[in-house]
Design a protein around this ligand. Structure first.
Ligand code: SF4
Length: 172
């Protein structure tokens, strides 16, 4: 079966603001959440963006040996879980760290994953999840990698093991 392309709003080859370390960030196109005050409103429409394969993005990323991890941002990465899975597998296969932002909460993603296997698989491949919608009234500058107080920076493996959200302490 032909691999689904990832609809990409933009790539940032070197980022230090989307998680710990030097990261390659993939902004996906399309978000259903429409949070008031969102910094990336151009990523909301599900039309547009550039269709790229996981291999194309990975090859681009691999050119930089200093990259320690990849961050999926948006847009809503979990709306493209199926297309992002091959990229997530390549990243983890290379021993790199994988983080994803999502407007869905950890609990919502676990629930969605019960009927949508790619959502479950993508979540399981992530090391860190920064979850929840951006809430303007809860905006804060105190969190290193999240924009509003409700958003949590979670250790995905431990959260799945323990069946409850567990913070990733090093990223707080
Ligand atoms: S989930 Fe993220 S990209 Fe989507 S509207 Fe909210 S802040 Fe913007």
């Amino acid at each position: 079966m032909e691999e689904k392309k990832i609809m990409v709003a933009g790539l940032v080859p070197e980022s230090i603001v989307d998680g710990l370390g030097l990261r390659f960030t993939v902004f996906v196109q399309g978000c259903p959440h429409h949070c008031e005050g969102c910094h990336n409103p151009q990523t909301h429409p599900f039309e547009g963006g550039e269709a790229l394969s996981a291999g194309e993005i990975f090859t681009h990323m691999e050119k930089n040996p200093l990259i320690s991890g990849v961050t999926l941002s948006g847009g809503e990465p979990f709306c493209q879980a199926e297309a992002l899975l091959p990229l997530a597998k390549l990243v983890k296969g290379k021993g790199l760290h994988l983080c994803s932002y999502s407007g869905y909460t950890f609990e919502e993603l676990v629930e969605m994953g019960k009927s949508r296997p790619p959502v479950k698989e993508l979540l399981e491949l992530c090391d860190v999840l920064i979850d929840g919608r951006f809430i303007l009234a809860e905006r804060t500058l105190e969190k290193r990698f999240a924009g509003s107080r409700n958003q949590r920076v979670l250790d995905v493996r431990r959260s799945l093991e323990e069946g409850k959200p567990v913070p990733q302490e090093e990223w707080q």
